[in-house]
Design a protein around this ligand. Structure first.
Ligand code: 13P
Length: 278
């Protein structure tokens, strides 16, 4: 089927009481592994890419690759811009027909974050989902991270959501980007944020969180959970192991197919942990 809007993934997941995984792609193998897993589990999903990873190919290239692979799939999937740090990135993703957008000016002051996110809302048609971040998620992705991480202040949530008109809110409640095995959600804070928010929540940093915590997020108004590092590590590990086993390995296609399977397995496990009944 064709790519669906992020709004459709949100409403479908809300109706089914499911949590959408949001898996970052970079290249063909990652995209194939993600969609192979989605087909096995049948849960609506976001495939996403941040500008740091678009640098390898381009927004149109990512769109074509994802849309082509999805043509033979019946599960609803949206293509999402992850951590759009500028209005230029939002413009480029919309021009390439992405169906869901994140604007991220969360490191700026509250007022500046509202101003940037409001400008992104004005650019983003209502049927395309808009995510913005309040509080600043710590850790690093692709060697990039905030200078100052800060948790989400529940008192700021209603005003931010209303001023911007966001469709989903990314929160900083103990979650950390990147390889962060000791990251833990503060569920008391998450509950306060949920109670203050009229829109569903997004948790970034899915790779570092334990399964036991991921499995509880649906109860806390979370509709989207981002996972990137685990997939990247699965791909790099597959190639590393192949080279370690045989320094003369030259079958790129065989190792690439193995990488697709290892990414598929990581994604399938994550979707099932997020949705134990799926
Ligand atoms: P991880 O790399 O920790 O899974 O985080 C991904 C993410 O939040 C992308 O926005």
């Amino acid at each position: 089927m064709a790519l669906v809007s992020g709004m459709d993934v949100i409403s479908e997941c809300t109706a089914r009481r499911q949590v959408a995984g949001a898996f970052n792609t970079t290249n063909l193998e990652t995209t194939m592994g993600i969609i192979d897993a989605v087909e096995r589990v049948g849960v609506p999903t976001f495939i996403q890419v941040a500008p740091t990873n678009v640098a390898l190919s381009g927004y149109e290239y990512i769109y074509d690759m994802v849309a082509r692979r999805l043509a033979s799939t019946s599960v609803p999937v949206a293509l999402h811009l992850d951590h759009g740090k500028s209005l230029e990135a939002v413009e480029a993703a919309l021009a390439a027909r992405f169906t869901s957008i994140m604007i991220d000016d969360s490191e700026a002051s509250y007022e500046q974050n509202v101003a940037t996110s409001t400008a992104a809302r004005a650019m983003t048609p209502a049927h395309i989902a808009l995510e913005a971040e309040l509080g600043s998620i710590g850790g690093k992705e692709d060697d990039i991270g905030p200078e100052h991480a800060a948790t989400t202040d529940p008192a700021q949530v209603p005003g931010f959501v209303e001023a911007v008109g966001v469709d989903m809110l990314a929160v900083s409640v103990g979650n950390v980007h990147g390889v962060a095995p000791h990251a833990r959600i503060d569920f008391d804070l998450l509950a306060d944020v949920r109670d203050a928010s009229s829109v569903p929540l997004v948790v970034h940093g899915g790779s570092g969180l334990p399964s036991e915590q991921l499995g509880r997020l649906a109860e806390f108004g979370v509709v989207k959970v981002n996972v990137a590092s685990d997939l990247r590590n699965a791909m790099i590990r597959t190639f590393g192991e192949a080279w370690t086993a045989n320094n003369d390995e030259a079958s790129l296609i065989r190792v690439s197919k193995e990488a697709v399977v290892s990414i598929r397995d990581v994604v399938e496990r994550r979707i099932r942990v997020l949705n134990p009944a799926a």
